[in-house]
Design a protein around this ligand. Structure first.
Ligand code: GLU
Length: 508
């Protein structure tokens, strides 16, 4: 095996649309492993299926990796010594290997047309092109050699298929699952080279992993059934000694644990499944992503890092640097990991708290601007102080306005219902006096204002709650927000007095 090899891993998506969070997690685990071993992390675009190619998908993948901070060392836009990094551009390199396999008897030419195969599927619903029926189909194993030669010479359309052994056991040591075995007789004769001369995924993945000197492969569990084909190809091509080590990552499951999380589950349950917004160029349909919903990349990456992995302690919050340090394949679970959107939100909340205010400020300004307030009229110190006051309450940065709008605009509406029924003259008098007291106040800090306000309540003989709640509503409009004296301090003397004056007549 290849344990002494330099660590080179790859993320090999097909550019068919937006990136599912499972795809990003695959990229992440590859990246963590590479960084941990001072190796290289490669992005290879697997675009051999021209029918599934979607314009814009590759750009989306690049942007997404950049957003997450998992930047490839080699990629189509950053060529290393192993290029090209798009399989379509490597097309000429594949046929020779397919031909070589035919020569050695490990593969064969198949001349069946799509119509003929459709016909077979009609006759036998479970039709598989395999050892059971390959001799009844039109290929270089069933046809006399001269006929094959003639068909090839005449340029008849054909594919090349692997000849799966009838009854062998193929096994390998998966880094996560341990020994995994397959009966070859149950696997069909996969197409390796298509009629258009393009390789299929199966041939291309092996040829390229060899050519790019890939040492370890982390990929989704959905590829496990393909592993026997790939392992045989490594062997048949004479490269068994250089075969990478495999790790098939556990699936990300629906919240109820019933099956793989799909894009449709997201639509159904109201949360994103894609990393970033994706607009289908054909239909114009928009699929929402975590980024646009307001996730910080740190939170998104942290959440993915612990989907199917833990460090053996209770710790849940990890920066990318910590993940690089602590990640270990032996602690990746075999069982699927349930996706929990509430938990994902919790990660974002925690990461907002961990991010310093100055870093968040540009996003905060954007959020304020979106609500029609010109931030150039606001002092940065004020905005930072407000952020400090409401930060604990944010699930998304975009919640800032909901939590803090009253720091920038005077409330238009008041929760009058909460105060009016219990209002009386005594309360009006209290607030009129407070206005006077506040006017005389030169030291405008919560530390001074809070005792002043509270002592006044005590000496008035009224109850604390009867005045604190109306006071909050005067400043905020409703029964929410941070500490009311913190609000008082931040709003400043003039504004507080103005707000009390404005609300008072509405309450009485
Ligand atoms: N192109 C495959 C995909 O889209 C890559 C699978 C692999 O990593 O071998 O996921």
């Amino acid at each position: 095996m290849s344990s002494q090899k330099r660590v080179r891993v790859r993320f090999a998506p097909s550019p068919t649309g937006g990136l599912h969070l499972g795809g990003v997690r695959t990229a992440l685990f590859n990246y963590l492993f590479a960084r941990q071993h001072q190796g290289e992390f490669i992005l290879r675009i697997e675009d051999t299926d021209q029918t599934r190619f979607v314009p814009g998908a590759e750009e989306y993948i690049n942007e997404c990796l950049a957003w997450c901070g998992i930047v490839p060392d080699e990629s189509p836009s950053k060529e290393g010594a192993y290029g090209p990094y798009r399989q379509s551009e490597r097309k000429p390199s594949y046929r020779q290997y397919a031909e070589q396999l035919v020569e050695k008897g490990f593969a064969y030419y198949a001349f069946d047309t799509a119509e003929e195969l459709d016909e077979q599927r009609k006759i036998q619903p479970n039709f598989r092109y395999s050892h059971e029926n390959r001799m009844n189909l039109r290929n270089s194993l069933s046809l006399p050699a001269e006929v094959t030669q003639q068909l090839l010479a005449e340029g008849h359309s054909h594919t090349i298929r692997i000849k799966m052994p009838q009854d062998e056991t193929v096994s390998f040591e998966d880094m996560i699952r341990g020994r995994v075995s397959f009966e070859t007789g149950l696997v069909d004769d996969k197409v390796l080279l298509k009629a258009d001369g393009m390789p299929t995924y199966h041939l291309a993945v092996v040829v390229d992993d060899k050519a790019m000197e890939i040492s370890h492969i982390f990929r989704g569990e959905e590829w496990l059934p393909s592993a026997p084909v790939h392992i045989l190809l490594w062997e048949y091509l004479g490269w068994a000694d250089e075969m990478p080590q495999w790790a098939h990552l556990p699936l990300i499951l629906k919240p109820d644990g019933n099956g793989k999380l799909s894009k449709r589950d997201g639509d159904r349950l109201g949360f994103p499944v894609y990393a970033m917004n994706w607009t289908d160029p054909k239909t114009g349909d928009l699929t929402k992503g975590f980024r646009e919903l307001g996730f910080l990349p740190e939170a998104f990456v942290n959440m993915l890092g612990v989907l199917g992995w833990n460090d053996g302690t209770e710790q849940e919050l990890f920066s990318l640097a910590e993940l690089i340090e602590k990640f270990s394949v032996s602690r990746v679970s075999k069982a699927g990991a349930k996706f929990d959107f509430e938990k994902a939100k919790w990660f974002n909340h925690e990461w907002i708290k961990r991010t310093d205010d100055v870093t968040l400020l540009p996003k905060i300004k954007e959020n304020i601007e979106q609500h029609g307030v010109d931030t150039s009229t606001q002092s940065e110190t004020y905005m930072l102080n407000v952020l400090g006051a409401v930060k604990e309450r944010l699930t998304y940065v975009e919640d800032f306005w909901t939590q803090a709008s009253f720091f920038f605009v005077t409330p238009e509406q008041y929760d009058v219902e909460a105060v009016k029924p219990k209002w009386n003259e005594q309360k009006t008098a209290f607030f009129q006096e407070i206005i006077n007291d506040f006017e005389l106040q030169s030291d405008w800090t919560a530390a001074v204002l809070e005792p002043l306000f509270k002592e006044k309540i005590t000496s008035s003989g009224l109850k604390m709650g009867e005045l604190m709640m109306p006071y909050r509503i005067m400043l905020v409009g409703g029964k929410f927000g941070p500490d009311v004296f913190q609000i008082t301090e931040l709003l400043g003397k003039e504004e507080v007095i103005r707000r009390i004056g404005k609300a008072l007549p509405l309450f009485s």
